[in-house]
Design a protein around this ligand. Structure first.
Ligand code: SAH
Length: 387
C-alpha cells in the first residue's frame, strides 16, 4: 500500500499549538492550522501519533483535496483519488461525515451520497467488478469524511475510531468532567513540571491528576485502547505491537511525584481513585475528601489546577460567588504557587478577588471557557556571601 501519507491531527480551538508541539516532539515536522495540525509520515507515524498524542482529538489521513463547485466536480474529484491504495475489496467505507462551509455546494446529505457513488465506482473499476452490482461491505471499516470549505473539498479517512480523549481509564466521570485531552493540554500550558507539587482542589473524577502522572511517567495515553486502523489489512499487527512495546518500555518508573486531588464529594474521590488505579498511576496521587477552603500548605512553588463548578453546570449563582471568593481567600497566601483556573464565569476575577496575569480562551465541548492564569512569585535564592 502507500509508503507516505499526509495526516491531520484535529485539535480543539485554542489547543492547536499544543498539539503541534507534541507532533514535533514525536519527530514530525508540521504545520499548525485552524483546528488541525498537518504532517507527513508513514504507517509508523500513524500508529505513534495515535498512541502518543495527548491533546489531539483524532488522526486522519488526507486522501486528497480539490476544487468542487458542482456535484459533477465533486464526483470526478472523489473518483480521481487513489482509493485502491487504502480500501481493500470487501471493506466498509461509509461517508460518515460531510461538512460544507462557505461553499456553493451546501447540501451535506447529497455531498455524502455523491461521494459514496464516486468511491464505489472507482473500486468497481479497480477491482473489475460489474457496475450494476453493489459492493459487499462486510470487513474492516474505513470512515470517510468530506469537508468543503470555500469550494475546496478535502477528503479524509479517520484512523482513530472513538476520539483520542477516550483513554480507557475513566469508567466513571461524575457530573461535569473535563475531557482527558483538554486536561493534558492545560497541563502542558501550565508551568508545572514533575518536580513541583500539583494540587487539583476540585478534582472530580481525577482527570488533571491522572493526566499529570501519565505525563510525568511518559506513559503513552493510548496504550490501553484500540484504534480504527488496527482492523486494516495494510497495517501489520507486528508493527503495532512493536510500537506498543516501545511505549511500554518508555514508561518511567522511578519518578517521585507530589500530586494531590481533593473534592468535597466523597463519591467523587472514590471514582477518582478507581480511575487512577485503571490508569496505573494510583501510587502517584493522593486523593482526599476535603473542601478546597480547608487547603493549607507550607510547600513552595507548587501549581494548582482547578476546574471548579460554574454556573451552567453544577451550582447556583450565589453559591458560585461564595465559592470563588473563598477560593481567592484560600489561595492568596500561597504566593509562590501558580494557579490555573478553568471556568466559563465571566465575572470570575471579580469574584475571586484578583486579576489574572494571563487569560486563554478555550472550549470545553461547545462551552466557551477561560483559563485564568496566575503565576507564582519566584522565590529568591539566598546567596551566601563567601567568607
Ligand atoms: N475536572 C473534574 C471535574 C470538576 S467538576 C473532572 O474531570 O472530573 C467540579 C468539582 O468540584 C465537583 O466534583 C464538585 O464536587 C467539586 N466541588 C464543589 N465545591 C467544592 C469545594 N468547596 N471544595 C472542593 N470541591 C468542590
Amino acid at each position: 500500500m502507500k509508503k507516505t501519507f499526509t495526516f491531520i491531527a484535529t485539535a480543539a480551538a485554542g489547543l492547536e499549538a499544543v498539539v503541534g508541539r507534541e507532533v514535533r516532539e514525536l519527530g514530525y515536522d508540521c504545520q499548525v492550522e485552524n483546528g488541525r495540525v498537518r504532517f507527513e509520515g508513514d504507517v509508523t507515524a500513524m500508529i505513534k501519533t495515535n498512541l502518543w498524542l495527548r491533546s489531539a482529538d483524532r488522526i486522519k489521513i488526507v486522501v486528497g483535496s480539490f476544487k468542487a463547485k458542482t456535484f459533477e466536480e465533486l464526483f470526478q474529484g472523489v473518483f480521481a483519488l487513489d482509493w485502491e491504495h487504502y480500501l481493500p475489496l470487501g471493506c466498509k467505507f461509509p461517508i460518515s461525515k460531510a461538512k460544507c462551509v462557505k461553499s456553493t455546494l451546501h447540501n451535506e446529505p447529497s455531498v455524502q451520497a455523491i461521494s459514496k457513488k464516486a468511491v464505489v465506482k472507482k473500486l468497481q473499476k479497480h477491482f473489475s467488478r460489474p457496475e450494476g452490482v453493489p459492493l459487499q461491505e462486510v470487513g474492516a471499516e474505513f470512515k470517510i469524511e468530506v469537508s468543503i470549505l470555500k469550494d475546496v473539498a478535502t477528503v479524509l479517512i479517520d484512523t482513530t475510531g472513538s476520539s483520542l480523549f477516550k483513554r480507557g481509564y475513566r469508567a466513571e466521570k461524575g457530573g461535569a468532567p473535563i475531557k482527558e485531552n483538554m486536561a493534558a493540554a492545560i497541563l502542558q500550558l501550565s508551568n508545572w513540571y514533575p518536580d513541583k507539587p500539583l494540587v487539583d482542589p476540585t478534582c472530580g473524577s481525577g482527570t488533571f491528576c491522572i493526566e499529570a502522572a501519565m505525563l510525568a511517567r511518559n506513559m503513552a495515553p493510548g496504550l490501553e485502547r484500540s484504534f480504527a486502523f488496527e482492523e486494516w489489512n495494510w497495517v501489520e499487527d507486528a508493527l503495532v505491537e512493536q510500537e506498543r512495546q516501545a511505549a511500554r518500555q518508555a514508561i518511567q518508573r522511578d519518578v517521585e511525584l507530589d500530586i494531590s486531588g481533593f473534592d468535597i464529594d466523597t463519591r467523587m474521590i472514590e471514582i477518582a481513585r478507581k480511575n487512577a488505579i485503571a490508569a496505573g498511576v494510583d501510587k502517584d496521587i493522593t486523593f482526599k475528601q476535603m473542601r478546597l477552603q480547608d487547603f493549607r500548605t507550607d510547600k513552595i512553588n507548587g501549581v494548582i489546577i482547578s476546574n471548579p463548578p460554574y454556573g451552567e453546570r453544577l451550582l447556583d449563582d450565589t453559591a458560585i460567588m461564595t465559592l470563588y471568593r473563598e477560593m481567592g481567600e484560600t489561595f492568596a497566601p500561597l504566593k509562590t504557587w501558580s494557579k490555573f483556573i478553568l471556568t466559563s464565569d465571566e465575572q470570575f476575577e471579580q469574584r475571586y478577588g484578583s486579576q489574572a496575569d494571563k487569560k486563554r480562551k478555550l472550549y470545553n465541548g461547545t462551552l466557551k471557557v477561560d483559563l485564568y492564569q496566575f503565576f507564582g512569585q519566584r522565590v529568591k535564592r539566598v546567596v551566601k556571601e563567601q567568607e
